[in-house]
Design a protein around this ligand. Structure first.
Ligand code: 5AD
Ligand code: SF4
Length: 489
């Protein structure tokens, strides 16, 4: 199907960008959606003559792509801006100009307030207008202070340039692809419906074109992203409305794309087609991040989750019937207003009933403007701390047990990157753990079959690199680590 804009011409990938004359440093906080957005901002700026730098002191443009999900995440931005102020002053003494921008969810939520609290900032830009970034930066260089947080009428994805093939290669053999943004669920603890707005799905053709370009650039695994990714829907072009399940079947046809994942999902949007995709689609990896948040029906109701403890258990049963080896992951909040010891025990119970391979758990953090913040019966910090500790001990036990259960198993790995030590490569298991192998095992981008010989805390070891004394565990990439923590649903 013909499509408009930069997606229309695959040759556009080789378009010459102007030689990079200026440098941009982007720091990403929060979820994978922000990781993806940061790359797309870098692509937009590359077309405008900005090359990326990892050294903040060299940057003509510093961009913070921020997260607003919990108070701590937002506060980190202001302390970073304090450091950047000194840096900007230092560069000014050397006669160098530095433009400082705040993007992402703090930008959207706080807008002009950021300029007041941190006058070092020159521009504030919300996630819906990243395609306007080059123009906004140009104005900021002219001395203007800019706040750009209105929702754009035009489709930003159509206006954002695609990365060049060599840039795709540099980014590695796995990639994120945002297919859906925003959320209409309004869980009472969550800022996402306010910062990212209403649920919007990208059209099938746009997604397929982007996935094809990634595959042409050597990407072998794509993770589809959305704040509520399984609410994605679109016109399938076959007279039917597709859901995420149908989209996954279509993407599985793309040559070279061998692994598909998606995150993050809401239990209410796990439909039959998506469960069938887990049953029938070998390329769909057996890992599902499906947050439940609490195990107490009373608290689930107060959170406006619109499902019960039992609904969730029955759903997991259906998914496990379809794909018995699926690894479950989740998010939990402890200390939501009104949560009693009995409510918390229900959360502990659901964790025991499900058995998680991985999970993220947080103390409730009241977010201004959300209904939760105005509720009575806020739980004391000390109680939250105690509950979080208990929950994390149980989740940690389950995670270790799951990792151990893989020792002795044979599995496919996608080789992703060099290890931390010479002679090693890091691959990714279908269940998302890093696996350390000897570099003779294959090339980056290969999918190889290995037998797991031992397990560390987060990593597995396979083949000849099985001695933890030689093969120090690979740390997960920081972006990924932070990313997992910020994703909502
Ligand atoms: N307080 C604590 N945790 C929160 N999350 C979202 N909002 C809040 C909040 N106000 C958690 C949820 C979500 C994850 C990304 O962050 O568990 O799934
Ligand atoms: Fe939407 Fe997820 Fe936030 Fe609930 S937690 S409002 S589903 S983004």
């Amino acid at each position: 199907m013909p499509i408009a804009g930069p997606f229309a011409d695959p040759a556009g990938m080789q378009e010459a960008h102007p030689a990079a004359t200026k440098k941009v440093f982007v720091k990403t906080y929060g979820c994978q959606m922000n990781v993806y957005d940061s790359q797309r901002m870098a692509d937009a700026l590359a077309a405008d003559g900005y090359g990326p730098t990892e050294t903040i002191e060299d940057a003509d443009l510093v961009l913070l792509n921020t997260c607003h999900i919990r108070e701590k995440a937002a506060e980190k931005v202001y302390s970073e801006l304090g450091r950047i102020r000194q840096l900007k002053e230092e560069r000014a003494r050397q006669g160098l100009e530095t433009v400082v921008g705040v993007a992402g969810c703090v930008a959207q939520a706080e807008g002009r307030e950021i300029l007041r609290r941190a006058p070092v900032v020159d521009l504030v830009i919300g996630p819906q207008t990243y395609h306007r970034l080059p123009q906004v930066v140009g104005r900021a260089r002219g001395g203007e202070k800019i706040v750009e947080t209105e929702y754009a009428l035009e489709d930003k994805f159509e206006h954002l340039p695609q990365p060049r093939r060599q840039e795709v290669r540099k980014r590695g053999v796995t990639a994120f692809l945002t297919v859906q943004e925003g959320c209409d669920k309004f869980c009472t603890f969550c800022v996402v419906p306010y910062t990212r707005g209403a649920e919007v799905s990208r059209p099938v053709a746009q997604i397929v074109a982007e996935a094809e370009r990634l595959a042409e650039g050597g990407v072998r695994e794509v993770t589809l992203l959305g704040q509520n990714v399984n609410a994605w829907h679109g016109d399938g072009g076959d007279g039917r409305e597709w859901g995420l399940g149908e989209l996954l079947f279509r993407l599985a046809e793309i040559p070279g794309l061998d692994r598909l994942r998606y995150t993050t999902s809401h239990p209410r949007d796990m439909d039959d087609a998506l469960i069938a995709a887990h049953r029938d689609l070998d390329k769909l990896m057996p890992y599902l991040h499906l947050p439940v948040q609490s195990g107490s029906d009373r608290i689930l109701k107060a959170m406006n989750r619109k499902h019960t403890h039992d609904d969730y258990l029955r759903l997991i049963e259906r998914i496990r019937t379809a794909r018995p080896d699926i690894a479950m992951s989740g998010d939990f909040i402890v200390g939501f207003p009104g949560e009693t010891d009995a409510d918390f025990e229900e959360t502990m119970r659901i964790v025991r009933e499900v058995g998680y391979a991985q999970a993220f758990s947080f103390k409730y953090s009241p977010r201004p403007g959300t209904p939760g913040a105005d509720m009575v019966d806020h739980v004391e910090e000390a109680v939250k701390d105690e509950r979080l500790q208990k929950l994390q001990a149980l989740l940690g036990e389950q995670q270790r047990a799951f990792t151990q259960s893989l020792v002795g198993r044979t599995m496919d790995l996608l080789l992703e990157k060099p290890g931390r030590h010479p002679g090693q490569l890091v691959g990714r298991s279908p269940w998302l753990q890093p696996v350390i192998v000897d570099e003779s095992a294959g090339e980056i981008g290969d999918i190889i079959t290995v037998r797991i010989s031992s397990a560390g805390t987060n990593s597995l070891f396979a083949g000849s690199t099985d001695s933890p004394s030689r093969a120090v565990e690979a740390k997960r990439a920081p972006a990924q680590e932070e990313a997992q923590m910020g994703v909502s649903v």
